[in-house]
Design a protein around this ligand. Structure first.
Ligand SMILES: [Zn+2]
Length: 301
């Protein structure tokens, strides 16, 4: 039983005291990018040195899911990123969440970064959970703004955020954020993800200063609100009229829905707010209830 909850942990410690940062990858077994990024980051820092603090990682949390390329824990079909805070004697997912939390908390973390992959067609962006404490919110937003990529605030309160890894640490008053690194296994996304992690470590003074990666200068100091468009009344073919990373004005035509048989268009979606396209569904056919496209929206754009 114990073997099932074994998660490989790696670490680098500087002789100089400083921030304690955690990187976690592959909590969703079909999102492989985090593992590669963590390996890259550790390899680079082993060469250049950790100036101060401690860097820890769980590069491959959902190992069984990873082997089978499944999002969930294959044995129990649980989403491990909805199992927090976890439970010592609960299901496999709850036990794993409990152990992850306990091991991370033991190191007195200053920041926990959870690495995910999004739809195939998406850009790299940072997600901030809803945070009640103003002080903590300001600190997390400051880190997020310095990542060089689009930052979005999660607003959808459909589920309990404390059940996710980042939300769990936020609830414990620890700085935490999620990085969605775009689609799986794209070399470019791995490069960007690695740079984003380095931007954060550089800001914390843990690695030597180098040129900062900025994806788009337009994004500077802007935090967007996450918005997902998913209201479609009937099944149809889907065509996107915008690309991930595009800035669109309110009212811009974004999606065409058409009849699969006669290809006749029956609906056009327009952007409800101005914003940046984060990504969209990989499929060509869309069914009611499926999220189609995600935006970071802003009234000031
Ligand atoms: Zn994920």
């Amino acid at each position: 039983m114990k073997k099932e909850t074994n998660i490989t942990q790696i670490s680098l410690k500087s002789i100089k005291k400083g921030p304690v940062v955690w990187l976690t990858g592959v909590i969703h077994g079909d999102e492989h990018g985090g593992k590669v990024i963590i390996e890259n980051v550790f390899k680079k820092i082993k060469r250049s040195g950790l100036i101060k603090g401690e860097l820890y990682a769980f590069p491959l949390i959902n190992k069984e899911g990873f082997k089978k390329d499944l999002r969930l824990i294959p044995q129990t079909k649980e989403d491990l990123n909805r199992c927090f805070p976890g439970n010592k004697k609960g299901s496999l997912g709850k036990r794993m969440a409990y152990i992850i939390s306990k091991k991370i908390m033991k190191t007195k973390p200053s920041l926990v970064i959870d690495l995910h992959n999004d739809w195939k067609n998406s850009i790299c962006y940072v997600v901030i959970d809803p945070i009640r404490s103003k002080e903590l919110k300001n600190k997390v937003e400051k880190i997020a703004k310095n990542t060089g990529v689009v930052c979005v605030r999660e607003k959808n309160l459909k589920y309990n955020y404390n059940s996710t890894l980042s939300g769990h640490f936020i609830s414990k008053n620890i700085k935490s954020l999620t990085i969605e690194m775009g689609g799986n296994s794209k070399k470019k996304n791995i490069e960007i993800g690695t740079k984003v992690v380095f931007n954060i470590l550089m800001d914390l003074g843990m690695v030597k200063k180098m040129k900062k990666y900025v994806n788009n200068k337009k994004l500077k100091n802007q935090i967007f609100d996450y918005f997902e468009e998913s209201k479609i009344s009937k099944k149809g073919g889907i065509e996107f009229l915008v690309k991930p990373g595009d800035f669109v004005k309110k009212g811009t035509k974004i999606i065409k829905i058409y009849n699969e048989k006669n290809k006749k268009q029956f609906y056009i979606f327009k952007a409800k707010e101005s914003g940046v396209v984060l990504g969209y569904e990989d499929l060509n056919i869309i069914k009611p209830g499926m999220p189609m496209i995600a935006f970071g929206v802003s009234k000031t754009l």
